[in-house]
Design a protein around this ligand. Sequence first.
Ligand code: XIL
Length: 322
Amino acid sequence: MSRQTLRQLAERRGLLIGAACSPGTIEAEADYRRVLAREFNCIVAENGMKFMYLQPGFRQFDFSEARRLVDFARRHRMKLRGHTLVWHNQLPPWLKEGAWSRTQMLDILQEHIFTVAGHFRDELFAWDVVNEALADSGGWREDSPWYKGIGPEYLERAFRWAHEAAPDAQLFYNDYGMELAGAKSDACHRLLARLLRKGVPLHGVGFQFHLGVENRLDRRACIANIRRFNRLGLTASFTELDMGIKKPITPQGRQEQAHEYASRIRIALDAPDVSAVLFWGFTDRHSWTPAFTKGEYDEGLPFDRNCRPKPACHAIARALEE
Ligand code: XIL
């Protein structure tokens, strides 16, 4: 069967379509590498650009793994997204365990952002500058070392420093659980509006979309939510789309997944400004879903364990074609 690739179909719609991946797997598995390059025009490091990997020791930076991804993207004419400069997870022990003063935390943050965003300034078109700063209730995530060490001001600082270091990159705030209006999404909208009013360089909002297949998203409500962020002047992206199916998995579950995937792609196409859709992985062979859900969910991605397109993939293709 000669199927048009997701990449070809998305390009026709002016949409970036991407996947999280890892250079080790790209190098070790030929089918993974081939399908990734064929189906996507955008990639993001699933882990390799997080703080603990880029600055494993205090003021010791290691770009070697991340550079391998840069090379792959360049060779296949793919855009590369940066994920993530400021997050409460996957921080190195020296940072988590140190007794740093507020001034020292600001210095650490500034140096990390200047060094990392500066290093990749010609290679990344976008950065998730701040990831998951909000609690599900809509308040601050108070257990974040950045919040504890600096206070809410860390966000504004991070965006300003990222812009200084990489003036051409689109700078995103990224979070989960705000695909529909509600306490968290409303708080995020207020927060981003406030930052923009203060002249903070902020260009996009990333909706993670880690939502199992049972989360049928109401299309109108979801588009309305995206639209209010677009009205602030922000582009939107779906940054970590996946859709685990609750086990035991049946053919009917896979059909429901296909249906819901198509619906989410149509939401992206019909909202005023969704510029990129990235899956969190692309093959069920490598997915964080089983571990994250303690084995309850699996098969959340568009390609199966052999990197062959699933019903979900065909449904996504049809949605892109409509
Ligand atoms: C996850 C990775 O997929 C895992 O391999 C890792 O062990 C933990 O992080 N939100 C994010 C991503 O922004 O960075 C997370 O990635 C998934 C949730």
